[in-house]
Ligand binder design. Structure first.
Ligand code: ADP
Ligand code: MG
Length: 471
């Protein structure tokens, strides 16, 4: 097969977190389960009603643009995108066409084309031969981010989308849950054997980052096979079938002229510099620590790469871990220890069941780390105590005491155990005395067993050397 270069560009929609909808004061509540509760004449498209721009939504998009290092528009306007569908009762969607709020910038090294603001559509529900429309979502503020066609493999595209979700959550702009449709990803993909772009296919129905990656990998192969057979790739929209792990044709692409875009006459033009809270300086000052800045800080603290990825990829985890770090007051040794326990044990425990949440207190976690550092609990014991804490909460000292995971460093108690082991294994003891170092490790192991894992191995080894030297 010839060598083809894939080219990928993403279009991502995110429902913004605002009190009210984009152009009216109906509540924007993604958790409302009863249909048609959050509606009013404006978002139901009654004739004669007028839209009003939601300042909070504009603010969110400008903050996203600030974080991405983009150019923020000074002049911006909204446009009508005309089409017919039951979920868009006005017969057009209000969006931005010529003058998006945000242009340029980059994320994870991927260039951003633009970020603009629009309104979400209603939700159509097709069941039992009837179609129903729920207008709770109609008019919810929706941000659309478009990347340049600059990615060349599926994993890069998946990671871009993950980083964008993390950024939106960090900024408080969107919950950005893919399963809830709060973040929707469309992946454009073409392949080519020279530096002219091939025909692109747009893939929809991508409900997880995994499906973004798998759908792109699938398309790269499908398109290559077509070209190998001397056939053409059709410019079309395809859906991702999760159960079949393949894409299928949905429709051939309509041209943008069909939408008859024109400036929305019912809304004022916006001049961003007229609004003091939208000034670049005010927006910059409102930035929280951004995901990549947080990772830098962890890296400067000496945390391992795996730990940085595990902790820095989720806002809840990072908030928890930052509370841990603040009690550790710059102690690099215990910080690194805590990061490793978090990345392996806590993250491992969370990964086992998606309904699990982190309810352990940062202080209790820190206490356990101090116990590990001071050898009050063995590393095996610490893992057991941590699991109990993750499941039921509680104080690590009490748990270690009650469950017998306390590490015994008490010399006299351990000496008795060590002596018993030497008495039971006279041949091994002699081998050690004749210079066989490996024999000592065996005796350490036996003594650990004798103390049911509670003995401090360092102290045990010291005592063994001492006791074996006596005879
Ligand atoms: P359209 O007019 O069909 O919507 P756009 O130029 O607006 O196309 O691009 C939409 C998305 O498709 C963008 O994310 C862009 O990066 C991506 N894209 C454009 N051309 C290609 C291509 N040849 N291969 C892959 N992606 C592409
Ligand atoms: Mg487009």
């Amino acid at each position: 097969m010839k060598k083809y270069t894939p080219t990928i560009g993403l279009e991502v929609h995110a429902e913004l977190r605002t009190k009210t909808k984009m152009f009216c004061d109906s509540p924007n509540d993604p958790d409302e389960t009863r249909p048609n509760q959050n509606v009013c004449p404006v978002c139901l498209a009654h004739p004669g009603t007028l839209p009003v721009i939601n300042r909070e939504a504009v603010h969110h998009v400008l903050r996203v643009g600030t974080a991405l290092g983009s150019t923020l528009a000074d002049f911006t306007e909204f446009d009508r995108k005309s089409y017919f569908y039951p979920d868009i009762p006005k017969g057009y969607q209000i969006t931005q066409y010529e003058y998006p709020l945000v242009t340029g910038g980059s994320l994870n090294g991927v260039s951003i084309t633009r970020v603009h603001l629009e309104e979400d559509t209603a939700r159509s529900i097709h069941s039992g031969g009837v179609s129903l429309v729920d207008f709770n979502r109609a008019g919810v503020p929706l941000m659309e981010l478009v990347t340049e066609p600059v990615m060349h493999d599926a994993e890069t595209a998946g990671n871009f989308a993950r980083e964008l979700q993390l950024l939106l959550r960090t900024l408080g702009a969107s919950e950005a849950n893919l399963e809830k449709g709060e973040m929707r990803i469309e992946a454009n993909i073409s392949i080519s054997e020279n530096d002219t772009f091939g025909t692109k296919v747009e893939v929809k129905n991508l409900n997880s980052f995994r499906s973004v990656e798998r759908a792109l990998a699938y398309e790269i192969e499908r398109q290559a096979e077509l070209l190998e057979k001397g056939e053409k790739v059709l410019q079309e929209t395809r859906g991702w079938d999760e159960s079949k792990q393949s894409t299928f044709r949905q429709r051939t692409k309509e041209g943008s002229a069909d939408y008859r875009y024109f400036p929305e006459p019912d809304l004022p033009k916006l001049v961003i510099s007229d609004v003091p809270e939208f000034s670049a300086a005010v927006l910059r000052a409102s930035m929280p620590e951004l995901p990549w800045e947080r990772r830098e800080r962890y890296s400067a603290l000496g945390l391992s790469k795996d730990a940085i990825t595990s902790i820095g990829s989720d806002t809840d985890r990072a908030v928890f871990f930052d509370a841990v770090l603040s009690t550790l007051d710059g102690n690099k040794k215990i910080s690194a220890l805590a990061a490793n326990y978090f990345a392996s044990d806590v993250a491992g425990w969370l990964a086992k069941d998606s309904t699990r949440t982190l309810s352990i207190s940062p202080n209790a976690f820190v206490s356990l780390m101090h116990m590990v550092n001071e050898n009050k609990v063995s590393s095996r014991g610490a893992k057991e105590v941590l699991t109990i804490m993750l499941e039921n909460g509680g104080d690590p000292e009490t748990i270690a005491k009650e469950s017998g995971f306390e590490q015994v460093s008490d010399t006299e108690a351990l000496r008795t155990a060590v002596q018993a082991v030497i008495v039971r294994s006279p041949e091994v003891a002699d081998e050690y005395r004749k210079g066989k170092e490996a024999a000592l490790q065996y005796l350490v192991g036996q003594s650990m067993k004798e103390t049911k894992g509670a003995g401090n191995p360092t102290v045990i080894q010291e005592l063994l050397v001492e006791e074996l030297g006596k005879a």
